[in-house]
Write a protein that binds this ligand. Structure first.
Ligand code: SF4
Ligand code: SF4
Length: 187
């Protein structure tokens, strides 16, 4: 981020309001760096967590939605736990991913949202993750036919992957949630 020049005037006020509505107080950040120091996958990010928070405080929505970091974040909450100002960076990352999808921004790591979509389809259809179906759907959509093949074969040989989905109770309730008629959506 060293070449990026930012100023508060450039900020997107609607974006800042959205963060405020979600209870993410990015303005409280004093750049201590504890979040970045604790993030287990920071070395793969193009922006550190501290930089994500600073750009958010400046309302630099566009730059954030184009970043790899928002897709690579594993939502482990380590950063939020370490923040002395209780800034929930995992929620911030969630909001950014959601905004990127809604605004049609091409994901910097396209395979990750593809995997998320396949995972959710699996839950919607079976009520829980059906791994073999999920993997097949992901491979078809991503075009990544050979990735993790060895690992998959190993898991299969150890009986960790079932060729049939396991039935669960309450599948209808889960379908309702996805259709927007579940209890959570009635509030
Ligand atoms: S730990 Fe909290 S206050 Fe410190 S840099 Fe990260 S977000 Fe800012
Ligand atoms: S929630 Fe995301 S940004 Fe925070 S420590 Fe975990 S992986 Fe890193």
């Amino acid at each position: 981020m060293s070449n990026t020049t930012i100023s508060p005037q450039q900020g997107n006020k609607k974006f800042l309001q959205k963060l405020e509505d979600m209870g993410v107080d990015v303005q409280a950040c004093y750049q201590c760096g504890r979040c970045s120091a604790g993030c287990p996958i920071t070395e793969f990010f193009d922006l550190t967590t501290m930089e994500v928070v600073r750009l958010a405080a400046y309302g630099m929505e566009e730059r954030l939605l184009e970043s790899k970091a928002i897709w690579l974040c594993a939502a482990c909450e380590t950063c939020a736990t370490r923040c002395p100002n209780d800034i929930d960076i995992a929620v911030l990352m969630d909001v950014l991913r959601e905004l990127a999808l809604r605004k049609g921004v091409t994901p910097a790591e396209p395979r990750i949202p593809t995997f998320h979509q396949c995972f959710l389809s699996s839950i919607e259809h079976w009520g829980r993750a059906f791994e073999v179906g999920l993997i097949a759907g992901y491979k078809m959509r991503s075009g990544d036919f050979t990735g993790d093949m060895k690992l998959g074969m190993k898991m299969f040989s150890k009986g960790k992957l079932s060729l049939r989905p396991h039935p669960i109770k309450g599948k209808a309730e889960i379908k309702k949630i996805f259709s927007g008629k579940g209890k959570e959506y009635e509030r």
